[in-house]
Ligand binder design. Sequence first.
Ligand code: MTE
Ligand code: MOS
Length: 760
Amino acid sequence: MSGKHESAHGHVSGRAIYTDEVKLPEGALRLHPVQAPHAHARIVSIDSRAAAAMAGVEMVLTAADIPGENDTGPILHDEPLIPAEYVLYHGQAVAWVVAQTEAQAQNAAAAVVVEYEPLDACLGIAAARAANAYHLPVATVARGDYESALSRAPLRLRGEIMIGGQDHFYLETHTSAAFVDSEGLVQVISSTQHPTETQIIVARVLGLPAARVVCRCLRMGGGFGGKETQANAFAALVALTAKLTCKPARIKLNRQLDMQLTGKRHPFFARFEVAFDAHGVLLALDAELYADGGYSCDLSPPVLMRAMVHIDNAYFIAAVRVRGWIAKTNLPSNTAFRGFGGPQGMLIGEEIIDRVARALKLPADLVRERNFYSEPDRNQTHYGQPVVDNHLRTLWDQLKASSQYSERRAAIGLHNQGSGQRKRGIAITPVKFGISFNKTEYNQAGALVLIYTDGSVQLNHGGTEMGQGLHSKMIVVAARVLGIDAKRIQIMTTATDKVPNTSATAASSGSDLNGQAIKAACETLLARLREPAAMLLEGAPEDVVFAADHVHLRHAPAARIGFTAVVKAAYSARISLAATGYYRTPGLHWDATLGQGHPFYYFAFGAAVSEVEVCGYTGMFELRRVDLLHDVGQSLLADIDRGQIEGGFVQGLGWLTCEELVTSAQGRLLTDAPSTYKIPTVCEVPEDFRVAFFERTEASSTQTIFSSKGVGEPPLMLGLSVREALRDAIAQFGHASEVALASPATPEAIIDAIERVRLK
Ligand code: MTE
Ligand code: MOS
């Protein structure tokens, strides 16, 4: 299918409305935080008298103002909305000033006097390991006798790696607005990926039943996982303000506050021991993963688990033990970020492959191929799910051919012989990514479809739009099932009073889940419309066909009538024109304690070839060419999917090469603005960028919506090819059997790696 993003015109003309631009009943109050200057401290006292007397100030919110539970934790209840006793990270808000303007709130925040008793802070994974400070007991996923496999194996190596975090850097920072309506209901408009959870947490904080809170989200200017849970606190703050003052309130964090107050991609530290044979075939793996959870648990357990079940990437390892810990640190609470731990797990897996290949002096691509999951006896993951519909080898071979991998490898070898300080490298890496929420209960969705008597349609579903094109795809689904023109369909703001009890739009399953729910609702409507259509067409209901915005009998396509005529007839015959739809993904089960089950409905596959040229003086590199081949199934909207593949890759590239979070010795984030935190821009996009969809011939064994596949996250991990290409180039500066490269591979890290290779 071709077509454009449903808001494309709005995006480029500026007419698309975001949360902060939604009109509220009257002028809204603004909030600004009073931030703690310590990463860990006891709050001795807060004196807000002077601030409260300042111009425009309505009130100063503290923990004492919360009528319900002072907690916004999505899994554990360990996340105070406003801390009463302890500051747990640098910059944490201990109070919020509410004023008529943002400037007034900010001025008054500086006048709030807070007395602290500073405490020792735990900053980072190393400190947490030393102090044994973890949020939860160790999690384990294991299969086979890794111990004896490791001790018997002739070839073994050990390693460790530290992986940096990543700021979401959505263009629209955290934003929420709230007012109390004439019925006393709390109406929340939030830039949230999870309106239902936002509703529940607002209700929790206000001490109200969920039925008295409505949460809406039309669209986000990006979420990337950063608004899966972390929007809840800001929504709760404006809802609390609206409830206490009886005036509308809104909050929009500036970039610096957004970066200081909210969690990021989890930094990880990993230690591993791997056994392999002389061909590079992996025999056993024992790995320890430490994720920096920050001060509260948030979504860290499922993020860690996804890392643990993606450490294999596309490779079969017979005997495995992976253990994982969530470090409890005095940092903002790290959270979901595109890939949800998968990228960190897969980076470790690729790190292991490269070290094995180098130790054996074998080409890394060959070692990758030798370890691929394959039928019949090397297809079972270490968590018990078989890898079926595995097209990776075909895809891989196609990409190798289309990118002329072997020829370019040879040419690069020649180039490097004659080049002093500019070395080139190339790498091909695979992606296998499980699609579905690990937590089985999240894999459900609902929809509400309303047909009006003029033949126009309102489409409500539980998913949120964050730029990924979900709304556009959902219009495609409804139009296809109803056989009508997409122009008839109006997509509605996602709202908890239209479709209740929804899941977060996440895990790349937004269109899989909501698409099926919409299909179910539309099929219900079609079944009802058949009767009146058959009457009009003078045929049998089962022969009625809805297509091309018209309705006809199977054997008489020419004698067609308009869709509107059928709708009108249905209304006259007193047939309901509204229907809900519901879907739950079949066949899933997962035991989080055992780390075993069948958590994913299917796997997404892709592969990438990247070529770089590295400068031995500066550590700067040029991304010369990138070829991506990705399996989107039957694309629902080709241009959107292409955008997801390109954007995902570039976001992965940023995480792996230029985005570096630096924290001071006191725990203050030093890189809290675009001036110090470098995200990739159009300048970093490869000059020669070739993106293709994998064309499948065989049918799939899973019934996805119109045979499409989730595409939101998997392409991010195609970026790993850049890291491996860099390593390939760095190796050319010496003769090392190991290339230790920090992540992110900034120019400093690259120079450092080159120096170490030169010394060997
Ligand atoms: N694309 C854009 N433009 N903006 C985003 O915020 N989020 C990503 C991905 N692509 C995101 C995006 C993440 S983290 C996920 S989980 C998926 O989109 C969610 O949407 P989907 O399930 O509809 O693919
Ligand atoms: Mo995406 S990290 O699952 O919101």
